[in-house]
Design a protein around this ligand. Structure first.
Ligand SMILES: Cc1cc2nc3c(=O)[nH]c(=O)nc-3n(C[C@H](O)[C@H](O)[C@H](O)COP(=O)(O)OP(=O)(O)OC[C@H]3O[C@@H](n4cnc5c(N)ncnc54)[C@H](O)[C@@H]3O)c2cc1C
Length: 363
């Protein structure tokens, strides 16, 4: 990093945004010897990456070939080693559970849809197996069985607590030498052939390159010297959490747009709404009640209790996943992860790090 007027160190990289994406990139770049400064307009890891449920869910999210599908499958493959290494370098425990997911069908039509989707998923390497109503009643006795037609079990789906991941990344980044600047927004940037001038709340500084990883806010940072970057938009989601005894829900349960999962600390989470309402942070009691009733359909005993918590987050929507250089070897994008940014963090960090190395230096 360099103040305007002095020479720019060869290996300085600025990152706008300290969510799971910006922090994962910062960690990987620091490991490769880059001098990284991460700016965040608020607290570290307190936006979508704090709100996310943390499903690592190929079974629920991927059903046709696409770049997203390829990256999601590869990122899921990398997850166990990503978590192991992160726990080791940060000395923090991460709630990561290879618990599988059960998709439920409450009509014959829903069951056929699950089976058709499973055929397409098998071609992508996503395995699942049919589960009968009787098996569900035996192995998941709390699941609502009225009108239950059957289900499919996805053994490779998993969950992680994203708040554990960002806390561990924060420490891993600091230990690897990255500089994290909370409450220090990037206000604007100018990209030239030789450098990026960053105007932040802390002042103006020059870097070899910059990564935009500001989630739903990414395209609100004015950037001169290049064509406009693709639009990012917030897609709000509500989640609710029930306090439950541990092991109440030992696998992800899904029905239609509802999912339930349980953290190791007992918090049983149900989600999620999908709303295009801008950056409105108000929690809507009607949506909370609707999520609670959907959760109660899957696990009827939840009808006897009210959610202990409700929260919202802004998924980073965009026309596509934005990962890679943008009209310059000095500017790199890492946003648009929408509902899968927790899943896609490892592969995004690898791709951006490799891209920066290839463009700027061989390390
Ligand atoms: C309800 C909900 C449920 C979800 N469930 C899942 C799930 O089960 N599995 C999954 O994989 N994903 C899930 N997601 C999606 C996932 O949470 C996101 O895709 C991921 O967190 C995006 O990470 P990010 O780092 O890009 O964004 P964020 O975590 O939002 O981080 C962006 C950061 O940029 C900062 N910033 C903004 N403007 C500036 C600026 N000008 N200068 C500097 N910093 C700035 C912000 O303060 C923020 O800290 C869910 C999301 C929501 C909301």
């Amino acid at each position: 990093m360099s103040r305007l007027g002095s020479a720019i160190p060869d290996d300085s990289i600025a990152i706008a945004g300290a969510g799971i994406i910006g922090l994962s990139i910062a960690w990987k770049l620091s490991q490769r010897g880059w001098r990284v400064t991460v700016f965040d307009k608020g607290e570290i890891g307190r936006e979508a990456s704090w709100a996310g449920a943390g499903m690592l869910s190929l079974g629920g999210e991927v059903d046709q070939p696409s770049r997203f599908a390829t990256l999601a499958v590869e990122s899921r493959r990398q997850y166990p080693s990503f978590i192991r290494e992160l726990e080791s370098v940060s000395d923090r425990v991460i709630d990561y559970q290879e618990c599988g997911a059960l998709d439920l069908a409450y009509s014959a039509d829903e069951l056929v849809r699950l089976e058709v989707r499973a055929v397409a998923q098998t071609r992508l390497g996503i395995e699942s197996r049919a589960v009968t109503t009787k098996q569900i009643q035996t192995f998941w006795p709390r699941v609502g069985s009225e009108d239950l037609a059957g289900g499919r079990f996805f053994p490779a789906d998993a969950i992680v607590d994203p708040r554990d991941v960002t806390a561990a990344l924060q420490r891993a980044c600091a230990r690897a030498g990255a500089k994290l600047l909370p409450k220090c927004a990037v206000l604007a940037a100018t990209v030239t052939k030789d450098e990026v001038e960053v105007q932040a709340e802390s002042g103006e500084e020059r870097f070899q390159a910059m990564v935009i990883a500001a989630g739903a806010w990414s395209s609100s940072i004015p950037i001169a010297g290049i064509p406009p970057i693709p639009a990012a938009e917030p897609v709000r989601g509500h989640l609710v959490g029930f306090r439950q005894p541990e092991q109440t829900c030992n696998t992800i349960l899904r029905h239609a747009h509802t999912y339930l999962l349980q953290r190791a600390n007992g918090l049983l989470i149900a989600g999620a709404s999908v709303e295009r309402v801008g950056f409105d942070r108000l929690i809507n009691p009607e949506i909370v009640a609707w999520l609670a009733s959907e959760a109660g359909r899957v696990l009827p005993h939840l009808n006897e209790t009210a959610p202990a918590e409700a929260w919202i987050g802004f998924r980073p929507g965009s026309s596509d996943l934005q990962i890679g250089s943008w009209h310059s070897r000095r500017l790199f994008l890492a946003y648009g992860h929408f509902r899968n940014g927790i899943l896609l963090a490892p592969i995004t960090a690898s791709l951006v790090t490799d891209d920066i190395n290839a463009n700027l230096r061989t390390r």
